[in-house]
Write a protein that binds this ligand. Structure first.
Ligand code: 5GP
Length: 120
C-alpha cells in the first residue's frame, strides 16, 4: 500500500460502494463511470481498482496485467461510446500544477462534441 494514498478519497469510496456511481463498463482491474460534473457531452472517468495516486505511481508500480487491462478498458469505453467516430480527448491530471482533485489515478475521456483548444 502506498503510504500517501488517502483511503477516504471519493474514488476509494466509489470502489467500496459507499457512494454510488453511474458505471459504464468494468473489468477485473479497472472501472469506468460518468463524471459527476461533465465538461463535455461524454465525460467518463476510468480508474484502476487498486490504490494508485497518479499516473507515475500507476505506471511505475502496477503490474503489466493491471496496466494492460486498464488501457484495454479505456479502449472498450471508446468503442462502447463510439467517441472515436468524431474524435475525443484523454486527460490525466497529476499533482498541484496538474490540478488533480481526486488523489486516485484516473483518466478523463471526453468527447461527443468539439472540445476546443487543449490549453486556454
Ligand atoms: P481531477 O481534477 O482529479 O483530474 O478530476 C476529478 C474528477 O472527479 C472531476 O472531473 C470531478 O467532477 C469528478 N468527481 C468528483 N467527485 C465525484 C463523485 O462523487 N462522483 C463522480 N462520478 N465524479 C466525481
Amino acid at each position: 500500500m502506498n503510504k500517501l494514498y488517502d483511503q477516504n478519497n471519493i474514488f476509494a469510496k466509489i470502489l467500496r460502494s459507499e457512494i454510488p456511481c453511474n458505471k459504464i463498463l468494468e473489468n477485473e482491474n479497472s472501472i469506468a463511470f460518468s463524471d459527476i460534473n461533465p465538461q463535455a457531452k461524454i465525460h467518463i472517468l476510468i480508474i484502476p481498482k487498486k490504490p494508485y495516486l497518479n499516473f507515475n505511481d500507476f505506471t511505475k508500480n502496477a503490474s503489466l496485467i493491471e496496466v494492460e487491462s486498464f488501457w484495454k478498458l479505456v479502449n472498450d469505453v471508446i468503442e462502447y461510446t463510439a467517441v472515436d467516430e468524431e474524435g475525443f480527448r484523454i486527460i490525466t491530471n497529476s499533482g498541484k500544477n496538474g490540478n488533480q482533485d481526486v488523489p486516485h489515478f484516473h483518466v478523463h475521456l471526453l468527447g461527443g462534441n468539439n472540445l476546443g483548444r487543449m490549453i486556454k
